[in-house]
Design a protein around this ligand. Structure first.
Ligand code: CP
Length: 309
């Protein structure tokens, strides 16, 4: 039987994305389903996480599966020199699906190639974060009533931000217009801009984040400047607070515009935005549970019909 993995959104067809959203909608209506009774989900987190790990583990528990794993590689035999391949081979002896976050770009693809069981990429370095993207699409669709023809502002760390890289790729099916807003040091990598041009995705670039551009937005996707990706901490200090979204900046925003953020935030969204009706980042994180229930079921071969039954 074909092994089903979720490593990248780059090759996800439109119908597959829409199907996962539909499955997520079913789980939002009924989150507690014993569809995976007797299954084991392994969560291997080589990097810190709050939302991704806990929502995957909650998803597994709500589906009736059991969870094994680690949150810190220092407590594993990787500290003794065990390779990623051997770790994956061992865990696949025990689990039916592996959810893995790793600091190396390409680690999830490698794991999916050597693993006998399905692998879900929970973030690999600055590369991809496909389950985040599915919950982002779920949230956009839920709040806008559609995915097509939207103006989306991507703000902050567009160089290292794997969530924005994945989002651009997934949105290729839906005719978006992106506004890339970043300081020059953290601008969108050339290969992603080339990808947009190849795919016919419209984009504009600017360094100013102001009311004028906010007024155009259906979605503002804020990102954190990721200290852990910088080799030069002086550079991090220079750019870390370059954009701070404050409630006063939302005066001319479209009424249904929503602010997303993969979280955690540091300084980039002021606390006065939390009470503004445009703020959606906490609900977005809750949607992660439904999206991840759908992803776990999908890689284990369950269909939308199974979920609806
Ligand atoms: N959005 C996200 O990946 O959050 P965590 O790092 O807390 O998992």
């Amino acid at each position: 039987m074909e092994k089903r993995c979720l490593v990248s959104v780059a090759n996800l067809p439109k119908e597959k994305i829409l199907n996962l959203i539909r499955m997520g909608q079913e789980f939002e209506k009924r989150p507690n389903r014993k569809l995976l009774d007797g299954r084991i989900v392994a969560t291997l987190f080589f990097e810190p996480s709050t939302r991704t790990r806990l929502s995957f583990e909650t998803a597994a528990n709500r589906l009736g599966a059991k969870v094994i794993g680690f949150t810190d590689p220092k407590v594993t035999s990787s500290t003794k020199g065990e390779t990623l391949k051997d770790t994956i081979m061992m865990v696949s002896n025990y689990a039916d699906v592996i959810v893995m976050r790793h600091y190396l770009e390409g680690a999830a693809k490698y794991a999916s190639e050597v693993s006998p069981v399905p692998v879900v990429n929970a973030g690999d370095g600055a590369n991809q974060h496909p389950s985040q993207t599915l919950l982002d699409l779920y949230s956009i669709n839920k709040t806008q009533g559609k995915l097509d023809d939207l103006h989306i502002l991507l703000v902050g760390d567009l160089k290292y931000g794997r969530t924005v890289h994945s989002l651009i790729m997934a949105m290729r099916h839906f005719n978006p217009t992106f506004h890339f807003i970043a300081p020059e040091e953290l601008s969108m990598p050339e290969e992603l801009k080339a990808y947009c041009r190849e795919q016919g995705i419209k984009y504009e670039e600017q360094t100013e984040f102001n009311e004028e551009v906010i007024a155009k937005a259906d979605i503002i996707y804020m990102t954190r400047v990721q200290r852990e990706r910088f080799t030069d901490l002086m550079e991090y200090e220079r750019v870390k607070d370059v954009y701070i979204l404050r409630a006063a900046m939302l005066r001319n925003a479209k009424p249904n515009m929503k602010i997303l953020h993969p979280l955690p935030r540091v300084n980039e969204i002021a606390y006065d935005v939390d009470d503004d009706p445009h703020a959606y980042y906490f609900e977005q994180a809750r949607n992660g549970l439904y999206a991840r229930e759908a992803i776990i079921c999908d890689v284990l071969g369950l269909t939308l019909e199974d979920v609806k039954a």
